[in-house]
Design a protein around this ligand. Structure first.
Ligand code: C5P
Length: 244
């Protein structure tokens, strides 16, 4: 089953649970908590989600010196989340430090080790931005694959990339490195600030191992139906038996 992580980009716990109420009967629900919600509500929001048996991807995109990231990851392991993120641009040593922090923290707090995902290039980054602003003079795919390789060599379980890069990562870096993809849009959606976007069906065809979907679900007329449709598309038609 390929997870659809619903990006809970809401300002408060109250708004989050108001949105989640119709989803609470769904088995194997995966959500992503980002900076907005976590900075407002802190660890309490994670506790509430876990209390409802929801799988949590805590997306804080750590990027600092290795020592600081290791200590942060150690504490993060107390939260009992299932996935978390660091920026691959922080380098191999930093990624390894994050993994060590999570491993030791999970042992210390008696929690299962969360999967560590490395953000390669943000899906809002265009090729022009990569070349002109960041002065990285290779193609987007080459940069993403290079960062994915560093992440893999340094102990990450997977990467965050655009689905457009998944095939290349699976072929050139590692077949079973998890490629989790944001930048998902349904045909009739606005792209908003995202640049490298694909539909859920296309993501599946490109080899995606799971998708992150925010506004296409949270701002839909019927969020639960939209979630089910997207779940079905990324899982190739397999749907309700794994949801209910
Ligand atoms: O609303 P939308 O579907 O664009 O939301 C995408 C979510 O995925 C946001 O929470 C954003 O922070 C996150 N994300 C992303 N690109 C990355 C990593 C995470 O869009 N490379």
């Amino acid at each position: 089953m390929k997870p659809v992580f619903i990006a809970l980009d809401f300002p408060t716990a109250a708004k989050t649970f108001e949105f989640l109420k119709p989803f609470l009967g769904i088995k194997n629900l995966f959500v992503k908590v980002g900076m907005e919600l976590f900075y407002r509500e802190g660890p309490e929001i994670i506790k509430k989600l876990r209390h409802n048996n929801i799988n949590v991807f805590l997306d804080l995109k750590l990027h600092d010196i290795p020592h600081t990231v290791e200590k942060a990851a150690f504490q993060l392991a107390k939260l009992d989340v299932q996935y978390t993120t660091i920026h691959a641009l922080g380098g191999g040593k930093m990624i390894r430090a994050a993994k060590d922090g999570l491993t030791n923290g999970s042992k210390n707090y008696h929690n299962k080790l969360p999967k560590l995902l490395a953000v390669t290039q943000l899906t809002s980054t265009s090729a022009e931005q990569l070349n002109v602003e960041e002065q990285i003079n290779v193609s987007m795919t080459e940069s993403v694959a290079h960062l994915a390789n560093i992440a893999y060599q340094s102990g990450a379980d997977g990467v965050i990339s655009s689905a457009l890069e998944d095939k290349f990562i699976h072929e050139e870096v590692k077949k079973d490195l998890l490629c989790i993809n944001p930048g998902i849009r349904l045909n009739d959606n606005d792209n908003d600030d995202q640049k490298r976007v694909v539909t859920p069906t296309k993501a599946r065809q490109l080899g995606s191992d799971g998708i992150v979907v925010g506004r296409s679900i949270t701002q839909a007329y019927n969020p639960v139906e939209t979630y089910k449709m997207i779940f079905s598309q990324i899982n190739g038609g397999k749907q309700y038996e794994s949801i209910y």
